[in-house]
Write a new protein. Structure first.
Length: 191
């Protein structure tokens, strides 16, 4: 049996089916919220002090000081670099991601793309004993992206897969953020 590896197939954060209008609308919304101020089109060298000052200014000018809790840690040192009502018992909200997006754009830059790759080898009949799906945290990855990826693999000769392995090595064991679970007496169907 001749084994031939199928080439790596990667998808970036923007799937071919994603409307450029939807991407532009997202950035317009974020800019309208004041998250992307002038001068943030490129990744800027960010120090702990400058990030602290920028986040403090965002909180101060947002009008949300009493309804927002933020805790930012340096991933290399594990030291807290910014905190605002970090211990306040608040429910996580979708708009809490705006600060994460802001910090990611500042540190990674707008050109950064998360990658999802597939690795494996096929035999002469196009069967792979095992296929590994390796991701690095793409927040936009959806079922349609995975379907697109499967079509790409089929186009490259893959016909059968006996086992799919999802490589989660880029992540720690904390699946849900602290405080995310439903509280006693709460009807939280929105989670």
């Amino acid at each position: 049996m001749t084994r031939r590896p199928f080439p790596r197939v990667r998808i970036a954060a923007r799937h071919p089916g994603t409307s450029p209008f939807a991407v532009a609308a997202w950035f317009a919304m974020v800019a309208a919220l004041g998250v992307l101020g002038e001068g943030h089109a490129e990744a800027q060298p960010t120090t702990v002090g400058s990030l602290d000052a920028e986040l403090a200014e965002l909180v101060r000018t947002s009008g949300l000081e009493g309804r927002v809790g933020i805790h930012v840690r340096d991933v290399q040192t594990d030291l807290a670099v910014f905190a605002h009502r970090a211990d306040a018992p608040l429910h996580p909200a979708s708009n809490a991601k705006v600060f994460t997006v802001y910090a990611a754009l500042r540190v990674l830059g707008p050109a950064h793309r998360f990658r999802t790759a597939v690795y494996g080898a096929t035999d002469a009949e196009g069967t792979a004993k095992s296929v590994a799906l390796v991701g690095d945290g793409d927040p936009s990855l959806t079922g349609s992206h995975l379907a697109w990826l499967a079509r790409r693999l089929r186009d490259r000769g893959l016909r059968h897969v006996r086992q799919v392995v999802v490589d989660e090595s880029a992540f720690d064991d904390a699946v849900l953020p602290p405080g995310y679970g439903e509280q006693p007496g709460e009807n939280a169907a929105f989670r």
